[in-house]
Design a protein around this ligand. Structure first.
Ligand code: 4AZ
Length: 535
């Protein structure tokens, strides 16, 4: 992709390739590539056979190309694999059903795309060779000799900014990685981002329009590793403007998690009530760009039941199960590529003595949970575990003596976050261990708000007594309140009581009272209207 006049170049690059004209001697400044060395290279063509980008087979059904090569809908694109000669394809011509562009692809500077990568999914697997994506975390250092190949323009004329014809035979050239400083000097620090890109050149040799998406490789043939993808540049083979490539190193996680199956979730099943089980799981994304699984599959081994839920789900309730029978429940994550390994959890549904559990705020980072214990003939041990995201911190065991009637138990729980799902697990041991998990959304506490304002009442004369009334306050309790008397707006030292005895020195001044109401939802101060003191 050219730095400026992007659309013109894209349009200009569509027509020439595929239909081949006379053989020309260059990628720009390169030579005909051997099929054996470049067996993993793919050509992206329109359904009419016009080559517009290159790519690399990174899995039998996935081609890695440039993000800016998403020009057509998947239906309108076909991919040639296993053939370096586009006029006499010896390989396969395959259809495309999905084009997954890197989620962070962007063009902060026109013509200089970031994360310029796209994975193209083939409807059927290719039998051509696959190239491994380079491992490691660092870009290839300046001075490294790499190789690039493509069917793109074989010449460029800076005089009229014209790109020459492409080649029907795949062409290759070596290029040397330039220091990042040189790339930034050529293109500016806004356009060239060293975390995403390398630039590379050799005198008279370069990738050019139509080579976009094609491979930048370290090593040759079976020993080759894919390090980058042809992305952009100003013209081609201009000594001041090395070609720019988007790097694959820091995007390995996105590539692997897009082309592979998702990682296994972590699952926890808990007996919920008579014959009911509640299933929770979590799924950890391997990197921020990783796509979520498209769904989760739940299997109950003993009953043969299977349920699919959406990729965003993290909870499922199973009912109608037989009490006292141990069940192996597995959860897998799946996407278009297949299914993860299972996470298995074993649980025995049984009558649950805990019901109607709820939680309310009591104070800052503190809640109170209330639940009902069913009648139980002997002593019952119970404990509360508080958590979020399947991480629980157990509180001490308690004993409920034998009881013939249901009893309501109220327990304070500490360390609670505002506005989050509070998971409470109450475990009882009455022969079998029953667990009940409840997700309780705790609302944030409300700040104090005056429903009747604070005021000063009483005799405003020397020797009289004034009383500071707090008024009425709504908001989440409990409140801690304090008062402070002010004379002409200044603190009267030590005057913090509800009443104030007016002294001779107060004569001719104005007295007010400042009340402070502090609660779990915040702290509010209010100053009463002033009372003028008579002699
Ligand atoms: C392009 O338009 C393009 N010289 C690709 C690479 C380079 C220039 C243009 C690098 O696809």
């Amino acid at each position: 992709m050219r730095l400026v006049l992007v659309m013109m170049i894209i349009l200009g690059s569509l027509g020439f390739a595929g239909i081949t004209l006379a053989a020309t001697p260059r990628i720009v400044g390169g030579e005909v590539a051997s099929q054996a060395d470049w067996s993993f290279v793919a050509a992206l063509e329109t359904s009419y056979g016009s080559q517009f980008c290159g790519g690399s087979l990174v899995a039998p059904q996935w081609v890695l190309t440039a993000g800016h090569c998403r020009i057509y809908s998947a239906r309108a694109v076909r991919v040639v694999t296993g053939s370096s000669d586009l006029n006499a394809p010896s390989g396969q011509v395959l259809t495309v059903d999905r084009q997954v562009r890197h989620p962070l692809y962007s063009q902060p500077v026109v013509g200089a795309p970031r994360d310029d990568l796209m994975l193209v999914h083939l409807t059927t697997p290719s039998s051509a060779a696959v190239i491994p994506v380079a491992t490691g975390t660092k870009p290839p250092p300046a001075g490294t000799l790499l190789h690039v190949a493509g069917w793109g323009a074989t010449s460029y004329s800076s005089g009229n900014d014209a790109y020459g014809p492409g080649s029907s035979l795949l062409r290759q050239t070596a290029v040397r990685v330039s220091p990042a400083k040189k790339c930034q000097a050529a293109y500016g620090t806004n356009a060239f981002e060293p975390i995403d890109m390398v630039c590379a050149s050799l005198p008279g040799k370069d990738a050019c329009a139509g080579d976009s998406g094609g491979p930048l490789v370290n090593g040759r043939g079976a020993a080759g590793l894919l390090v980058g993808v042809v992305s952009w540049g100003t013209g081609c083979a201009l000594s001041a403007y090395p070609g720019v490539y988007s790097l694959t190193v820091h995007n390995r996680c996105w590539i692997e998690s897009t082309i592979g199956v998702p990682g296994a979730p972590a699952a926890l099943a808990t007996a919920q009530a008579d014959g009911a089980i509640s299933l929770d799981w979590k799924w950890v994304e391997p990197c921020v760009e990783a796509p979520e699984p498209t769904g989760f599959r739940i299997r109950v081994a003993e009953t043969g039941q299977q349920f699919d839920v959406a990729g965003g789900a993290r909870h499922f309730d199973l009912t109608g199960l037989t009490n006292g029978v141990a069940l192996n429940i597995s959860v897998t994550a799946f996407n278009g590529n297949g299914e993860s390994a299972p996470a298995t959890t074993v649980v025995t549904p049984a009558p649950n003595p805990v019901s109607t559990q709820e939680a309310v705020w009591s104070a800052y980072r503190q809640a109170t949970t209330t639940f009902v214990l069913a009648p139980h003939p002997g002593d019952l041990q119970w404990r509360v575990e508080v958590g979020a995201n399947l991480r629980f911190s157990p509180q001490p065991w308690q004993t409920a003596p034998a009881s013939a009637t249901p009893e309501t138990i109220v327990v304070p729980v500490a360390g609670v976050a505002i506005d989050q799902d509070l998971q409470l697990r109450i475990t009882t041991t009455d022969g079998i261990t029953n667990v009940s998990t409840n997700h309780i959304q705790l609302a944030a506490p409300l700040p104090p708000v005056a429903t009747r304002d604070a005021r000063v009442r009483g005799s405003a004369a020397v020797g009289g007594t004034l009383r500071c009334e707090l008024g009425h306050w709504s908001g989440t309790r409990p409140f801690v309140v304090s008062r402070l008397w002010l004379r002409d707006g200044r603190k009267v030292p030590g005057a913090i009581d509800a009443t104030y005895l007016v002294k001779p020195g107060d004569s001719g001044t104005a007295l007010t009272c400042r009340v402070t109401i502090s609660g779990p939802g915040g702290i509010v101060r209010q100053t009463t209207p002033a009372r003028a003191i008579r002699a």
